[in-house]
Design a protein around this ligand. Structure first.
Ligand code: SF4
Ligand code: SF4
Length: 287
């Protein structure tokens, strides 16, 4: 929904605007200002740690304002998203309502930007995920958003540049197979390596028929030499919503569709990370 004012719009119950004054008088609760450094409550200029501030908070509702400054690097995005997640988790635990009725709409948060050209979609998607009812829905949402982002980037940049079933690496004689790029499945174990290599069963009419994050993150050596590489750590939504073991799951399980990956992400695992890595615990066994 686009508001009459050009610099003020509502996206999925989140107000995005350049000046809080436009809605300030309608906010009926305390305001929690978030930026990459931490949080401030109302007009208090002290920056607080979120846990410290909210542990003694006794009011029933709060309105969150996220401030996006001119420096909107990946690292800053991650810090802001981490802070948003912490606040939602604490408010949920303490039954603090988030949001206010503004212009007749139940607005959950406001994003205040300094520069209209910034892509603040990661912030909006984080809030949307946190508003979902449970972890499975949150994980599915983040998974879909990131897969879509990766698909769009590959399509926009035409990295693999297929011509007559041969990708750019294949035409440069840098692939093992002559056609269909790297869409060949295999069984893998950390001890035995890859075996049972065959054209992927999910390839149909030259298109992938499943939604596999690991395949979407993958680039071959030829593309990596050109600087085209996707690491889960460089994608704010993956870094903030998934821990290190879960990010291993996302990047290691090739040829596996979303439902099995989500099940694996939801598995409780208390193995220390070095052992988890050594014993290849991230791998989904029955594909
Ligand atoms: S990642 Fe490399 S091998 Fe795979 S399709 Fe793209 S260019 Fe070809
Ligand atoms: S699952 Fe992976 S390897 Fe198989 S068709 Fe899809 S992208 Fe290609």
């Amino acid at each position: 929904m686009i508001n009459k004012l050009e610099n003020k719009k509502v996206i999925n119950n989140i107000y995005v605007l350049s000046n809080l004054k436009d809605i300030y008088s309608q906010i009926k609760s305390d305001i929690l200002y978030i930026d990459e450094n931490g949080v401030k409550l109302n007009n208090n200029s002290n920056i607080h740690k979120i846990n410290v501030l909210l542990s003694s908070y006794t009011n029933k509702s709060i309105f969150i304002v996220i401030k996006i400054s001119n420096n909107f690097s990946i690292d800053i995005q991650k810090k802001i998203i981490f802070n948003i997640i912490k606040i939602f988790n604490i408010c949920n635990k303490k039954n603090i309502d988030i949001g206010s009725i503004i212009d007749g709409i139940n607005i959950k948060c406001a994003i205040i930007y300094e520069n209209i050209n910034f892509d603040y979609s990661n912030i909006i998607n984080s809030i949307q995920a946190l508003l979902l009812a449970n972890k499975r829905l949150q994980y599915e949402f983040i998974y879909d958003v990131v897969c879509k982002q990766l698909d769009e980037q590959f399509a926009l940049n035409n990295y693999c540049d297929f011509k007559c079933d041969k990708c750019i690496a294949s035409r440069a004689n840098r692939t093992f197979h002559k056609t269909m790029g790297c869409c060949y499945s295999f069984d893998y174990s950390i001890w035995k390596g890859a075996n049972n290599v065959q054209l992927c069963k999910y390839l149909s009419n030259n298109k992938c028929t499943i939604n596999c994050m690991a395949c979407k993150l993958f680039t071959c050596k030829f593309l990596k030499e050109k600087g085209i590489r996707y690491k889960t750590n460089d994608i704010p939504l993956l870094t903030c919503f998934f821990n290190k073991k879960q990010r291993e799951i996302l990047s290691a399980n090739f040829f596996v569709d979303k439902p099995k990956i989500i099940d694996k992400l939801l598995e409780k695992n208390h193995t220390p990370y070095p052992l988890y890595y050594l014993f290849d615990c991230c791998r989904i066994k029955n594909k």
